[in-house]
Design a protein around this ligand. Structure first.
Ligand code: XMP
Length: 525
């Protein structure tokens, strides 16, 4: 295992991804975890991430006392990246100070002499790397050598081979460092001797084992199936582990897409052979959302209602089975966990709260069911791979992601006002069908329409109209953490806009959202 200790860098999740792309298992936890919890994970390599702090600022986060000694005694390799490198330097008695010149963006470095970190062939060579730092190492602790410098002369990479300690001032995990992937590969495989043999089959077997261990032989489990990739893969996985002690429920919350309920239910039955109960709770959800405009409150209400329904479903099952189900399965993914900012001490990373994803942030404290989240450490593309091993139909695996709070985060403001939801469903359906007909569905990561609570003036059939504005959004992305907008050709856009205005009453203006993430997010709320 390669363990990443997170000190708050916006790139930390990328380190995790890049390492997994090398077929090496990596996991990211908060950098302030105790030595006990780090050693329990038994890592072969620990990477200390970058972060926004200075090692001198009050409360600057750090690894626990005794960590470097633990690493040395147990043969654990340690690589510090940016802030992580500065931590190593400072803790071992070197000097970190504000650099004469700050280095941000693309820089060139020169690899000095023969070193372990870059390999013998790299010696004397130049590399373009991504830097983002104000502080720098000005005096190295005893036993360390500089193995690369920037053209400005600052320390770019260090190592102490006999103590297995390494440091990079630049960020190998970002694509702006063209040789970054090779640097990580060389370090992990050649220097640390890690085998690149982590496979999805291993994840599957491990998860099945964990679930079997968690759920007692006469315990029952509920699964909330949304019809999306994540919950479908999660349910199929749990079904493999505990068979028909799994009871799935599909909730119609009134915030679903066009004919979603009928389509999803028929696929569950005919293709997945999973027993699913459909609960129509649309009135309950929409009543609770009446008049609510704040996006975070909407998300919290929806999260809460979901859990209430699962609790009710559990009571019904208890009557049928003679015992209460004890667990709830959720298809929570790694990016959901990162972005919902888990509480300190949970052991997870601690980046800034952006949105309360409903399956994480909205859980009430008195929830009666224990959670099983078998995909909690996987990214979306990894879940698809897992789904393929589980024989989940390709039609399911290729579906674009759909957020738990559904159309509520795509109707801006009060979702119950007028016939916003109905208009949005029709526009969305036309957009998605057009994308499918044009053969573009699989090249787009996610596409959907958004309803704006504003009206604009138009002219249709010689008549003045005062109707709604809708937005089309299509993005490409690797994992939803960052995204680019998808470039449609003009003919496609002209046809879609014409179809929408001709077929959907109440819409006279169609816009396209061409904002990437960041600065925007994928969903509008
Ligand atoms: P954002 O809007 O956060 O979206 O940039 C990133 C990805 O996550 C999806 N999303 C959600 N998924 N529950 C989910 O299960 C949620 O509350 C939620 N909010 C956003 C979004 O559709 C995109 O794919």
């Amino acid at each position: 295992l390669v363990l990443i200790l997170d000190y708050g860098s916006q790139y930390t999740h990328l380190i995790t991804r890049r390492i997994r792309q090398l077929s090496v298992l990596s996991l990211c936890v908060s950098g302030t975890n105790s030595l006990d919890s780090i050693s329990k994970l038994n890592p072969s390599v620990v990477i200390l991430s970058g972060g926004p702090h200075s090692v001198h600022s009050p409360g600057a986060p750090s690894f626990p006392g005794g960590f470097l000694e633990y690493a040395e005694e147990n043969g654990v390799f340690v690589l510090g990246i940016c802030y992580g490198m500065q931590l190593i330097v400072q803790k071992l008695g070197g000097v970190v100070d504000v650099g004469e010149k700050q280095e941000y963006g693309k820089m060139e470095i020169v690899v000095e002499g023969e070193c372990g970190l870059y390999g013998a062939e790299a010696a004397g060579g130049h590399q373009v790397v991504w830097m983002s730092h104000g502080d720098e190492a000005v005096n190295l602790p005893e036993g360390f050598t500089v193995v690369a410098r920037s053209l400005q002369g600052s320390v770019a990479a260090i190592e102490n081979r006999s103590r297995r300690l390494y440091g990079l001032q630049c960020h190998p995990e970002v694509t702006h460092s063209p040789q970054g992937m090779e640097t990580l590969r060389h370090f992990l495989l050649d220097v640390c001797g890690i085998s690149a043999d982590w496979k999805m089959q291993d994840v599957l077997e491990e998860e099945v084992k964990v679930i079997k261990g968690m759920v007692g032989p006469d315990e029952h489990v509920i699964c909330a199936l949304s019809g999306g990739v994540d919950s479908t893969v999660a349910a199929t996985l749990v079904h493999k582990a505990i068979g028909d002690r799994l009871h799935c429920v599909f909730v119609d919350n009134g915030l679903l897409r066009y004919k979603e309920r009928e389509r999803v239910m028929s696929t569950f039955e005919s293709e997945l052979h999973l027993p699913v109960t459909c609960v129509d709770a649309s009135e309950q959800f929409l009543n609770k959302l009446k008049g609510v405009k704040d996006p975070e409150i909407k998300r919290k209400i929806i999260g809460h209602e979901f859990i209430c329904i699962f609790d009710e479903f559990a009571i019904e099952l208890e009557k049928k089975l003679g015992k209460k189900p004890t667990f709830l399965v959720q298809g929570t993914l790694y990016p959901d966990v990162i972005e919902s900012c888990p509480p300190p001490g949970s052991g997870m990373t601690h980046s800034h709260t952006i949105k309360s994803h409903h399956n994480v942030g909205g859980l009430p404290k008195d929830m009666k069911l224990k959670l099983i989240e078998p995909l909690k450490f996987l990214f979306k593309d990894e879940v698809r791979k897992l789904g393929r091993i589980l024989n989940v139909p390709e039609s399911f695996l290729k579906r674009h992601p759909f957020p738990g709070p559904g159309l509520a985060v795509r109707v801006l403001g009060d979702v119950t006002e007028g016939n916003a939801l109905e208009i949005l469903r029709q526009v969305d359906e036309i957009f998605i069908q057009s994308i499918k007909e044009a053969g573009l569905y699989d090249s787009i990561w996610q596409a959907f329409a958004v309803f704006l609570p504003v009206q604009s003036v138009g002219v249709q059939g010689d008549q003045r109209t005062h109707s709604h504005v809708v937005v089309l959004r299509a993005i490409t992305s690797e994992d939803g953490m960052t995204a680019d907008w998808y470039y449609f050709d003009h003919k496609f856009l002209i046809d879609v806009v014409r179809k929408i205005c001709n077929n959907v009453r109440g819409v006279n203006r169609v816009c396209q959202d061409i904002t990437s993430k960041p600065p925007a997010t994928v969903e509008w709320e």
